[in-house]
Design a protein around this ligand. Structure first.
Ligand code: ASP
Ligand code: MG
Length: 305
């Protein structure tokens, strides 16, 4: 089984979501066994945070919320997203009345981004005759109660995931990234960009053969292509090397995301949703050659020696 993870840009309206559907359909038609982890679509998480700020200051959040809903529906107005939308109406109204919110409420709100994304994608896949199943990771990934940066409880989460996949082995499970729940069943989030972490955990629990992380770039480069125009894509890296880049500020990899993969020796491939010919960057336990592979930059840092 391979785990595919799609980021927000990959899932955005128009080209993005259509490409994601095509990638999944293509793999299914080739008989591949896959499970899919999704982020919130586009900038949904940032937008929900923004609406939250406006609501807490008693501002006119309703117009923003309506725009958000329209964007989330995108080209699929008949997919039923009313459960999440109604919950958001109530949550934001509450925040606006009280003029404040807790981290617990914030996690409840942010979790809707991934729920909307997974629901929409499952519905589109089903319309395309793919046997997809919306999978709510709040029921699988149990965490502590540190809202906003919750820590997964490994044993029970693993048990839940393994059991779920045994029960639903004949479907393409479309799993919400980033979110879990505590022992009171309150929604929690695993920290920003946490969908990558969810994907690594699921890969670890299911002993996946590979984690394919679909982004909007071709892979890891010898330097940031925005700063260095002739930077080259790196075909292969080791986890050790990747971990160093993570510590030096690359947004694509985090140490905590790599650890579950390292533990089970699961290769990680960084791919581009928008460039299907590209083989991406493959990260495994072995390095293919010696020497410096890449440079990364930390901005606004002073080093005291
Ligand atoms: N949607 C969440 C965020 O933007 C999680 C993720 O994208 O990985 O931080
Ligand atoms: Mg995101």
């Amino acid at each position: 089984m391979k785990i595919l993870k799609f980021g927000g840009k990959s899932l955005s309206n128009g080209d993005g979501i259509n490409k994601v559907v095509a990638i999944i359909a293509n793999k299914i038609n080739h008989g591949e066994k896959i499970a899919v982890v999704v982020s919130a679509r586009g900038n949904a998480t940032d937008e929900l945070e923004e609406i939250l700020g406006v609501a807490a200051k008693n501002g006119n959040y309703k117009a923003l919320l309506e725009t958000f809903k329209t964007e989330q529906k995108g080209d699929y107005p008949d997919v039923d997203l009313s459960e999440e939308f109604e919950a958001l109406d109530k949550l934001f109204e509450g925040v606006s009345l009280i003029g404040d919110y807790s981290n617990k409420i914030k996690d409840q709100i942010l979790s809707k981004g991934e729920l909307l994304s997974a629901k929409l994608l499952s519905a589109i896949l089903i319309k395309n005759s793919i046997n997809a199943r919306f999978t709510d990771s709040r029921e699988l990934i149990k965490t502590d109660s540190k809202f906003g940066d919750a820590q997964p409880l490994e044993q029970v989460s693993k048990k839940n995931v393994v059991q779920y996949f045994k029960l639903h082995s004949d479907t393409v499970n479309i799993i919400t990234g980033f979110i879990g729940s505590n022992n009171n069943n309150d929604a929690t989030t695993l920290g920003r960009n946490g969908s990558n972490y969810t994907a690594s955990l699921i890969a670890n629990y299911l002993d996946a053969e590979e984690l394919q992380n679909y982004t909007h770039v071709d892979g890891i480069y010898t330097a940031n292509p925005e700063l260095v125009p002739d930077a080259k894509k790196i075909d292969r890296l080791s986890f050790n090397e990747a971990n160093e880049i993570a510590n030096f500020g690359a947004t694509i990899l985090h140490a905590k995301t790599i650890i579950p993969l390292l533990e089970k020796n699961i290769p990680l491939r960084i791919l581009n949703t928008f460039n299907h010919e590209n083989q991406g960057t493959l990260i495994t336990s072995k390095s293919n050659k010696e020497g410096i592979k890449t440079l990364s930059v930390l901005e606004n840092v002073a080093l005291v020696n």
